[in-house]
Design a protein around this ligand. Sequence first.
Ligand SMILES: [Zn+2]
Length: 145
Amino acid sequence: MTDEVLHPDDSENVLTFTGRFDTNADIRDRLNLVEADKPEGVPLYCNHGNVLVDEHSRGLTCRRCGAVVDPFDWILTRTKFESQVDWQLKELRQEIKDHREGLEKLKREETNCRARIKTAQFRLNDVNMALLAAGEKLVKVKGEK
Ligand SMILES: [Zn+2]
């Protein structure tokens, strides 16, 4: 008598042990397309900013996360970014122009204020001179009495 006869292999009739605890464990096995797990040590989000250009395989590989990068998508992303930079640059130039115009207005206002101060000083001087003359006249009138 051999061991095969005493203990026949009926393992296909037995439920797997993990199946008792995770009732959905078999779902992943039934799928046709399964998403691969992310390798360990790879950042959660990577914009693939640094790429290795392999002339031999004609492909791009991210130097940070190791992902194979689609060349068109990579160029498109960079193009969109540069379009944003272009738009921001135009906005900043308009802001500089507005600030220069504001500065010119402030300079004109400063010149006008200096001229008004000078005019006011001349008027104040005239008032002081008239006040002094009136005071001397008053002293003279009082002295005559
Ligand atoms: Zn990457």
